[in-house]
Ligand binder design. Structure first.
Ligand code: PLP
Length: 452
């Protein structure tokens, strides 16, 4: 049958037969099948049934400027017509990658002046770990090998990125994960790890878990600490203000490199251009991805401090690392156009000054809901943690899949929001209006009521 004549069911049958989806229980697709998306505009996505869904997740935290922006399409088309592909391996470069690298470094702290490109956040984290190891070898300290990550972190799905992640299912699939050179500490999750404490004291305590781990391993054995400014997939875990200054101090004290994974936080999610600006962090390696192109094309950037880059360039010879699509011209051109739009339309400034306070007030109001034990947010990332018993903070049994149930109730009513464990996460596009926020939160409340 010609594709154009196919109905929803036809697509679902083909989908089930041939397309393996990421992070999906495929057996569950036997009942009803997947929603078949066909079009996007602004904050909305339509499916084959004509149903309009509000994308309360900005895709996967990447579609910050919304769907359907013609300028990005035109930037891609004109770059493809001019130079559709260019390798950068053999003493060749091209203008889009150079311009984007220069643009990014002009937006970042003075010490971050060098950019390596890949296609995904997972690849960026592979680059960072290989780079860190190479750096310590060049610096004459090859015993510095261990990488410390955090529980509930998500850093990607490749072998090393899954090891860096601290979400248990990431470790159970595939074996040998986490790799022996990676270990994890408890995270700045006050509701579970420091309930009732003064937030400032909790921030210092949570940072001390890093120091404890460094001392346990021996500072001479620790290469790097990797973390997001605030944890997104972990369930919108936003640290107290005292956390990051302490982490920074501890990393410097023991000469442990700080890899800041801003794959989600970068380009406005926190209501600031970058999460490190929001929390006052100075990383040695900064990871960008996702919203660098607002999801129009795959691209990620590993931004490297002078300290590391100088040694790499002066003493490193040829570093045997790279990808066919490192610095793809079309992706770089689209990223430049995306940054221009974010900048000229003041989307980040508006998100921080106007949208984020409204978003926070709306989210905070859910604390009166019988299912909600904790509410957390930074900028336009928020989480509503569902509990069975608000007094004891007891969670629902895993088998209840309570978050997935709530997400399905949201979808029925036209809102895509997501369960991270038992936390319902929202990461709306930066172009969402106040009126649209009202609709989002009305539906979220209805979904929770239907779950209760
Ligand atoms: N780092 C963080 C913080 C992420 O949330 C993700 C993906 O969600 C990644 C890295 C991996 O990025 P990708 O899916 O592009 O490989």
């Amino acid at each position: 049958m010609a594709y154009r004549e196919m109905d929803t069911q036809g697509w679902q049958v083909l989908d089930r037969a041939h397309y393996l989806h990421p992070f999906t229980d495929h057996a569950s697709l036997r009942q009803g099948g997947a929603r078949v998306a066909v079009r996007g505009e602004g904050i909305y996505v339509w499916d084959t049934e004509g149903t309009r869904i509000i994308d309360g997740l900005s895709g996967l935290g990447n579609v910050n400027i919304g769907y359907g922006r013609r300028e990005l399409v035109e930037a891609a088309a004109s770059q493809m017509l001019e130079l559709s592909y260019c390798q950068s391996f053999f003493k060749t470069t091209h203008r889009s990658a150079v311009m984007l690298a220069e643009k990014l470094t002009s937006m970042l702290p003075d010490s971050l002046n060098h950019v390596f490109f890949q296609s995904s956040g997972s690849e960026a984290n592979e680059t960072a770990i290989r780079l860190v190891r190479h750096y310590w070898d060049l610096a004459g300290r090859p015993q510095k090998r261990m990488i410390i990550g955090r529980e509930l972190a998500y850093h990607g799905s490749t072998h090393m990125a899954a090891s860096l992640s601290g979400i248990p299912p990431m470790h159970s699939a595939g074996g040998d994960i986490p790799m022996p050179s990676v270990t994890h500490i408890k995270t700045a999750y006050q509701y579970r790890n420091g309930f009732g404490m003064d937030p400032a004291e909790f921030g210092v305590l949570a940072a001390s878990w890093l120091e404890d781990k460094i001392l346990e391993l021996g500072p001479d054995n620790v290469a790097a600490f990797i973390a997001e400014p605030a944890q997104s997939a972990g369930g919108a875990l936003c640290p107290p203000e005292t956390y990051w200054p302490e982490i920074q101090r501890i990393c410097r004290k023991y000469d442990v490199l700080l890899i800041l994974d801003e794959v989600v936080m970068g380009f406005g999610r926190t209501g600031h251009w970058f999460g490190h600006r929001r929390y006052g962090i100075e990383p040695d390696i900064l990871q960008l991805g996702k919203a660098i192109t607002s999801g129009y094309l795959p691209l990620s950037a590993t931004v490297i401090s002078d300290r590391i880059a100088d040694l790499l360039i002066d003493k490193g010879g040829e570093w045997a690392h790279g990808y066919t699509y490192s610095g793809h011209p079309t992706c770089c051109a689209v990223a430049l156009e995306n940054i221009r739009i974010l900048d000229e339309e003041k989307l980040v400034e508006n998100a921080g000054a106007t949208l984020a306070p409204y978003f926070k007030a709306k989210l905070d109001s859910f604390i009166d809901h019988p299912l909600i034990g904790d509410v957390r947010s930074v900028g336009l990332m928020g989480g509503l943690e569902i509990v069975q018993d608000k007094a004891t903070r007891e969670a629902f049994p895993y088998e209840a899949h309570i978050g997935d149930y709530c997400a399905a109730e949201g979808l029925k009513r036209g809102l895509a929001f997501r369960a991270n464990g038992d936390t319902m996460s929202l990461m709306p596009p930066l172009v969402t209006t106040i009126e649209q926020f009202d609709t989002i939160f009305d539906i979220a409340r209805e979904a929770l009521d239907a779950t209760a």
